[in-house]
Design a protein around this ligand. Structure first.
Ligand SMILES: Cc1ncc(COP(=O)(O)O)c(C=O)c1O
Length: 393
């Protein structure tokens, strides 16, 4: 056997999105590219903002001596200072460059945070529906995830959350706005969560870190203000990236920000920098760090996603789908008209529409639609989405 049983099992559990991707290729070969509507991938079709290309041009015309060399493992001072300034303005707290570690995307950031915090047997509490990689990331570092189910609005079931924390809990990991539901955790939710965390810290005499995975933080709609976790729990850490807000997922650029008021903040930062190095990332890619230092105030046009959300939400509800209106990110998570979400995704596939079954996000009975796509793909998918639900009426 070439690979471990564990990895073999994980590959089966985590293969829904890839499976849809491969089936999409086969369908496209059969019916032609323009006749298959692939709503399964969260890979934005949008290009980065014009400002990104201006910065790229500037640096290519005026290269900085030594810019491609190794650097401090935490990243470029200039970039970390720019991130810190921007976070200070957003949150009202005082961030300095040394509260920031530049990372290879949010995925890299989460692995660095988990490696820094987890001892073997430790746990992170996560909330369904969740980004499937969380379980694998925790396992990478000898830990595991305990899953809390949602209420009917995709917010945490607080009683189960309270009961999920035990003496092995090291972290609570949230993702808002959420992939796959698009739901944003508001002030009330964060307040209740932080009270429960505090209560359990006292009960067990432990320290629990609230970790926020927020690559969609800047993609929020309806004029909502983003509630930053730093204001709710002192032991708080943000893991994020510019994969979505600057449409740069292939460039692998993100960062970790530690609450300046976090107890033991220096020790944590030393740990994070060490883990960024020893996980083999060494440092985040250099060239892109030089660019994002000048792009902290720049975001893709969020209005484009908001329009797509409005269009698709109306179309789906008119067809009879039951779904919560997303407040951010670029996904929707409608209820499957039949309990078996895999059966329904097969029905959609028969109508040449590809989506991901909810069980790929720890919540069977739903399915995920990505709408970070061009309008033609979204519009083209409506006929198949309509036919599929009609089959269950
Ligand atoms: C919730 C969530 N977290 C983390 C990531 C990883 O992002 P990155 O590309 O920055 O590693 C993604 C990517 O889709 C995501 O949806």
């Amino acid at each position: 056997m070439a690979i471990s049983n564990k990895v073999r099992n994980f590959m089966e559990q985590g293969s829904w999105i890839r499976k849809m991707f491969e089936e999409g290729i086969a369908l496209k070969q059969q019916y032609g590219e323009e006749n298959v509507f692939d709503l399964s991938l969260g890979n934005p079709v949008m290009d980065p903002p014009q400002r990104f290309y201006e910065e790229l041009k500037k640096i290519s015309e005026n290269p900085i001596k030594g810019m491609h060399r190794y650097m401090p493992n935490a990243g470029l001072e200039e970039t970390r200072a720019a991130v810190a300034d921007s976070l200070s303005t957003e949150t009202g707290l005082t961030f300095a460059a040394n509260h920031i570690v530049m990372t290879c995307g949010a995925g890299g950031a989460l692995n660095v945070v988990m490696k820094t915090l987890l001892d073997p047997g430790d746990e992170f509490v996560i909330f369904a529906p969740f980004f499937v990689e969380y379980n694998f990331y925790a396992d990478n570092h000898g830990g595991s995830c305990k899953v809390v189910p949602p209420d009917e609005n995709f917010l945490p079931d607080m009683d189960i959350f309270r009961a999920s924390i035990n003496e092995n809990t090291r972290g609570v990991l949230i993702n808002s706005p959420n992939n796959p539901s698009g739901v944003l955790y508001g002030d009330e939710t964060l307040l209740e969560m932080s009270k429960i965390i505090q209560e359990k810290e006292d009960e067990f005499g432990i320290e629990i870190y609230l970790v926020s995975d927020e690559p969609y933080r800047k993609i929020i709609f309806d004029g909502i203000e983003y509630p930053h976790i730093f204001n709710y729990h002192k032991r708080s850490i943000v893991a994020t990236s510019h994969s979505k807000d600057l449409a740069l997922p292939g460039e692998r650029i993100g960062y970790i920000a530690v609450n300046p008021d976090c107890p033991d903040v220096e020790e944590i930062l030393d740990g994070l920098v060490f883990c960024n190095r020893t996980l083999g990332f060494v440092n985040a890619p250099a060239l892109i760090q030089y660019l994002v230092a000048h792009l902290q105030g720049t975001t893709i046009d969020v209005g484009v996603y908001e329009k797509k959300r409005d269009y698709l939400y109306k179309a789906l509800t008119d067809m009879g789908y039951s779904l919560i209106k997303p407040q951010g990110a670029f996904y929707m998570f409608p209820k499957s008209p039949t309990e078996d979400d895999v059966q329904f995704t097969e029905e959609l596939k028969g109508n040449r529409v590809l989506v991901v079954p909810g069980r790929g996000f720890g919540l069977p009975g739903y399915f995920r639609i990505s709408y970070c796509l061009d309008d033609a793909t979204i519009e083209g998918s409506l006929s198949g989405l309509g036919k599929a639900i009609s089959a269950y009426k």
